[in-house]
Design a protein around this ligand. Structure first.
Ligand SMILES: [Zn+2]
Length: 176
């Protein structure tokens, strides 16, 4: 869906970008119908700053409206994970601990997230594994043909980081 603007990698950069150069967020075409003219359509706000105090919250996210099908879409900077409160870094840390054999309870405690959140992330990766792995291997054959789930995803996190892997999937129209 091309929901992610890859060049924006920090919240500070995002806030400056929205204020000084919002055009960089405009999608080339509507992700729903492909029409090439989309209008700016305000913004919504979300909690995205997970640092102590969350001084940068609420963080604006720009929305766009298609002139043809009238659907709206939003464009997220790379530093905000779609539909997730936590950023990819926290999610990656939790998944890596799980892939290394840590228990759900243990890794939730160590990463400072709720155990149900850790379980949701684990289940998400298992559910989407076949599709994700197929697309990632077609781009990075060096990730190998390892059949072992844990070994493959440890490779992905080591070689690419979860954030980069999810950006590639987003570009390939595989919605993370
Ligand atoms: Zn459209």
């Amino acid at each position: 869906m091309h929901r992610i603007v890859e060049s924006i990698v920090s919240l500070a950069q995002h806030l400056v970008g929205i204020a000084t150069d919002p055009e960089q967020y405009r999608p080339a075409r509507c992700p729903h119908c492909g029409y090439a003219r989309v209008w700016r359509h305000g913004c919504y706000h979300r909690k995205a700053d997970r640092s102590a105090g969350g001084a940068l919250n609420p963080v604006p996210v720009l929305r766009f409206l298609c002139q043809a099908c009238v659907a709206t879409c939003s464009r997220l900077p790379a530093c905000i994970a779609p539909r997730r409160w936590y950023d990819w870094g926290v999610q990656q840390a939790v998944l890596m601990l799980l892939l290394l054999g840590e228990s759900l309870h243990g890794c939730a405690r160590r990463a400072g997230v709720d155990r149900r959140t850790a379980r949701r992330w684990r289940d998400w990766l298992h559910e989407r594994d076949t599709q994700f792995a197929f697309v990632l291997r077609s781009r990075w054959p060096e990730l190998g043909r390892v059949a072992d789930f844990n070994a493959f995803w440890r490779n992905v996190i080591d070689e690419l980081t979860l954030q980069q892997a999810m950006h590639w999937l987003d570009r390939e129209r595989v919605v993370p």
